[in-house]
Design a protein around this ligand. Structure first.
Ligand code: HPA
Length: 245
């Protein structure tokens, strides 16, 4: 298996089952990654793990150094990256607790350092982003989910908002009209930077709330964390099934 890195999102601070053998404080041309990258072994495979919000301080989505994170993982030898994202559900199938392997993305973020193309070196980064996620990695994740008997949605459009605030109800209605099934804050520019850096990238999403305006219940960080704690087992089981395959 190519060397795998997992980027953990909200509520996934560590990867249970990862036997940590080293911690790497990587310096990159873009500054510091969110925290030290853990290197470990899982099911006999080398796996790197990076929590994108850092710890103990939680870095908000718009201030994450996505470039440094991906650069650091590549510099350690990772060639595949799976990003874990907590998201809100928009379309009816995307109920709280649903595990989703999205197949498309719409980027609504702004002002983030979103490219390694800084206009130097003569190589333009007009990456092909028709398929924003690695087809091969998605297919392998879908196979692993199926083989492990994990209920999941095999596709979906992930709308990525700037945050850190949640959306207004009208914004969610617009996202639905645009064709988004899910809404999150951290899926971009992670996916496109991975492509620029030549990394195979796919996302695994866990729906942790109905998006704004779609339910009467208030959306709180506590309710999201609760949903994530309940769903983390499925994310972990999927990662373990993928790694062991
Ligand atoms: N909106 C944006 N990001 C999120 C949400 C949401 O409803 N839930 C979890 N991350």
């Amino acid at each position: 298996m190519p060397s795998l890195a997992i980027i953990g999102g909200t509520g996934l601070d560590q990867l249970d089952g990862l036997e940590i053998v080293d911690r790497h404080c990587v310096q990159t041309p873009y500054g510091d990654p969110s925290r030290a990258v853990e290197e470990g072994r899982m099911a006999g495979q080398q796996v790197f793990f990076l929590q994108r919000h850092g710890s103990p301080r939680a870095i908000p989505p718009h201030l994450i150094n996505y470039r440094a994170n991906l650069w650091a993982l590549r510099s350690l030898g990772a060639s595949q990256v799976i990003g874990i994202n907590a998201v809100g559900g928009i379309t009816p199938a995307m109920l709280t607790g649903t595990l989703v392997i999205p197949d498309q993305v719409i980027d609504y973020t702004w002002g983030r350092e979103h490219t390694v193309d800084v206009g130097e070196g003569g190589s333009l980064q007009h990456i092909d982003f028709t398929e924003p996620y690695s087809l091969a990695l998605r297919a392998a994740l879908l196979r692993a989910a199926r083989d492990a008997g994990l209920e999941h949605e095999a596709g979906g459009v992930h709308g990525v908002m700037q945050g850190p605030r949640l959306e207004s109800a009208a914004e969610v209605r617009r996202l639905a009209r645009d064709g988004c099934d899910l809404v999150g804050m951290t899926g971009m520019p992670e996916a496109s930077l991975a492509r620029e850096l030549g990394l195979d990238y796919a996302s695994v999403c866990m729906v942790v709330n109905p998006a704004a305006g779609l339910s009467d219940a208030p959306i709180t960080l506590d309710s999201m964390r609760d949903a994530l704690a309940r769903g983390a087992g499925a994310v972990r089981a999927l990662l373990q099934a993928y790694i062991a395959a």
